[in-house]
Design a protein around this ligand. Sequence first.
Ligand SMILES: Cc1cc2nc3c(=O)[nH]c(=O)nc-3n(C[C@H](O)[C@H](O)[C@H](O)COP(=O)(O)OP(=O)(O)OC[C@H]3O[C@@H](n4cnc5c(N)ncnc54)[C@H](O)[C@@H]3O)c2cc1C
Ligand code: SF4
Length: 325
Amino acid sequence: MLRLPSFRYLQPKTLRDALTMKTDAGPEGMYVSGGTDLYPNMKRRHQEPKTVISLMGIADLRRADDAVVGAALTLTELSDRPSARPPVLGHAAGLVSTPLLRNMGTLGGNLCLDTRCNYYNQSYEWRKSIDFCMKKDGHICWVAPSSPRCWAVNSSDIAPVMVAIGAEYRLVGPQGERLAPAGRFYHNDGINYLTKQPDEILVDVRLPAPDGWDAVYHKLRRRGSFDFPVLGVAAWVRWDGKNVGEARIVLGAVASHPQEVPEAGAALKDAPLSDDSIAAAAEAAYRPSKPMDNTDFDLSWRKQMTRVFVSRALNELRTRRSAGR
Ligand SMILES: Cc1cc2nc3c(=O)[nH]c(=O)nc-3n(C[C@H](O)[C@H](O)[C@H](O)COP(=O)(O)OP(=O)(O)OC[C@H]3O[C@@H](n4cnc5c(N)ncnc54)[C@H](O)[C@@H]3O)c2cc1C
Ligand code: SF4
């Protein structure tokens, strides 16, 4: 059994106290919300904070209304609110892992999730037996040995949705507050995967006003009741009468960041969603979709599934539009 190392656990009640505690702890301090990602990672010695600062007692992170969703809401709270807007958010939250993990895991933790790789999500001893890798404790990338960078995968189910709908993240740090567009919160780098500073807290997410847009999320994984995505497709359209005025297609779990494919969105613009435009967008998304051989399933099959899942997502949007939803 893997054991947690010993650490100091702090429970601030205000944002100000949390920031002060993090400043005092320095680089050896980390924030935690539900702990469903951080604690397993600590057991495998991926992250080794000496001080862990829980954000769950801070009321500012629990706000929930039509325009703002607090980072400390659990995934169960997000998925169980049938009236919650937008429905795509509750749907994506409900697809994350298992009910038990959704009861603990939060929106903030999901959006800040560590990147994943078959050579990294292993015990310390397993990693040591291959002399580690560049993401933690080593020097080489076992997925692409000549690569100067890490290709670990962003495996969040909700991040691609936030990028697709154009949400904004409110971050508070020692220097003050800032709003970051979801699309600029992620780096395509398996090690430096967030643009957030380590001491910044994700407080809440600002949702776009419901003015004529719709979005869906489709997820590919081995076990439907449990697993991380090996492909996620978030599709967003703004309707202009019967035509698509604007569209965004964002792929999850095929890169170190949620990957928007602008060519796929452009293929849908200024026309109704038709079989031809859906096929063109699916083809446009297929081309840059380059899954690496570091998660489940064969990577060429996962690439082919991009076409299928983009088509399914856009067909769902078309059906919802015809049904007046
Ligand atoms: C078996 C298993 C299956 C899983 N399946 C999925 C899946 O299918 N899809 C999926 O998306 N995820 C999955 N997860 C990952 C995880 O459970 C969820 O992503 C969950 O939402 C993480 O939230 P958390 O609050 O537990 O994060 P934590 O573990 O608390 O934190 C994760 C990271 O985010 C940082 N952090 C947390 N909150 C904040 C904040 N407000 N501000 C700044 N930094 C913050 C922490 O410092 C840490 O680095 C799975 C995990 C397990 C163990
Ligand atoms: S992609 Fe390479 S460097 Fe990154 S975690 Fe995997 S093996 Fe390590």
